[in-house]
Design a protein around this ligand. Structure first.
Ligand code: NAD
Ligand code: IMJ
Length: 256
C-alpha cells in the first residue's frame, strides 16, 4: 500500500538523472503514483524517455513552456489518457547565461522578459490548465524556488527577481484555487549540483558556505527535496497551501 496509490501526476523539468524533478518523480512513483513527463526540446527526449520508461511511464510529451500550443497539447493528452490529474510538479527555470553574471543593473529588457516568462509565468499557465483536470479531486501543485528570491546572491541576478515573482504567484494561485481544494506550494531548495548549476561562477564556494554555516552542516540532496515534495503532494500536507518550504539545511535562518 503506497501513500499515492491510484493517483496521477505530471512532471515538468526532468533534463537528466541529476534533475531535482527526477528525484521527485522517483519518490512519488515509489508511493504508487502514475506519472507523465514533459521535456523541453527534441534533444532532451532521448534523456527523459528512458528515465520515464524505467518507472513504467508511457506518457512522455514535448513541452516548451513559452509555447501555449505545446502546453495545451500536454493537457489535451492528459485529459484523453487519464481524464484528470492529482499532482503537478513545476521544476524548471531559465535565464540567458549572459544575465547570470556581472551586475543585475545591466539586465536587458529581453533578458528580463525571458527569465520571468519561463521561470515564473509558466507556473500560472500550467496551473490554469491543471485546474480543469483537478476538478473534484484534492489537487496539489508544487514549484521549486531559491533563496535568491529574498536575498541578493551574486550572479543570480534576474533569476532572483523571477523567483520572487514565482513565490508571489504561488500565494495568488493558492488563493484562487483553494476554494476548489487545489493546493499550491513552493520548495526553496539549497544549492545542488545539477545542470542548472553548471558553469555558475562561485558555485563551489556557495556549497562550502552551506557546509560550514548551515545548522545541519551539510548540503541538501535531490532526495531531501523529493521527500518534502512527497509531503506537499500527498494528503500528509492537506492543510498547507501558499507556503514556501525551505529545504536548505536551515541556511536561511542564520544571521550573524
Ligand atoms: P535541471 O537543469 O535539471 O532542470 C531545469 C529544467 O528546466 C530542465 O529540465 C530544462 O529542460 C527545463 N527548462 C528550461 N527552459 C524550459 C522551457 N522553456 N520549457 C520547459 N522546460 C524548460 O536543474 P534543477 O536544479 O533540477 O532545476 C529545477 C528547478 O529547481 C529550477 O526551478 C531551479 O531554479 C530550482 N532550484 C535549483 C537549485 C539548484 O541549486 N540546483 C536550487 C534551488 C532551486
Ligand atoms: C544560478 C545562477 C547564479 C547563481 C546560482 C544559480 N546559485 C544557484 C543557482 C547560487 C544555487 C542554481 N539555481 C538555483 C537556479 O535557479 C538556476 C537557474 C538557471 C541556470 C542556468 C544555467 C544555464 C543557462 N541558463 C540558466 N538559467 C537559469 O544558460
Amino acid at each position: 500500500m503506497g501513500l499515492l496509490d491510484g493517483k496521477k501526476g505530471i512532471i515538468f523539468g526532468v533534463a537528466n538523472e541529476r534533475s531535482i524533478a527526477w528525484a521527485i518523480a522517483q519518490a512519488l512513483n515509489k508511493e504508487g503514483m502514475e506519472l507523465a513527463f514533459s521535456y523541453a526540446g527534441e534533444a532532451l527526449e532521448s534523456r527523459v524517455r528512458p528515465l520515464a520508461e524505467s518507472i513504467g511511464s508511457k506518457l512522455v510529451i514535448p513541452c516548451d513552456v513559452t509555447d501555449d500550443a505545446q502546453i495545451d497539447s500536454v493537457f489535451d493528452t492528459l485529459s484523453k489518457e487519464w481524464g484528470g490529474i492529482d499532482a503537478l510538479v513545476h521544476s524548471l527555470a531559465f535565464a540567458r547565461k549572459e544575465e547570470l553574471k556581472g551586475d543585475f543593473v545591466d539586465t536587458s529588457r529581453e533578458g528580463f522578459r525571458i527569465a520571468l516568462d519561463v521561470s515564473a509565468y509558466s507556473l500560472v499557465a500550467l496551473a490554469r490548465r491543471a485546474r480543469a483536470l483537478m476538478e473534484g479531486r484534492a489537487g496539489s501543485i508544487i514549484t521549486l524556488s531559491y533563496y535568491g528570491s529574498v536575498k541578493v546572491i551574486q550572479n543570480y541576478n534576474v533569476m532572483g527577481v523571477a523567483k520572487a515573482a514565482l513565490e508571489a504567484s504561488v500565494r495568488y494561485l493558492a488563493s484562487d484555487l483553494g476554494p476548489k481544494n487545489i493546493r499550491v506550494n513552493a520548495i526553496s531548495a539549497g544549492p545542488i549540483k545539477t545542470l542548472a548549476a553548471m558553469g555558475i561562477a562561485g558555485f563551489r564556494s556557495i556549497l562550502d558556505q552551506v557546509e560550514t554555516k548551515a545548522p545541519l552542516r551539510r548540503n541538501v540532496t535531490q532526495e531531501d527535496v523529493a521527500k518534502t515534495a512527497l509531503y506537499l503532494l500527498s494528503g500528509l500536507s492537506s492543510g498547507v497551501t501558499g507556503e514556501v518550504v525551505y529545504v536548505d539545511s536551515g541556511f536561511n535562518i542564520v544571521g550573524l
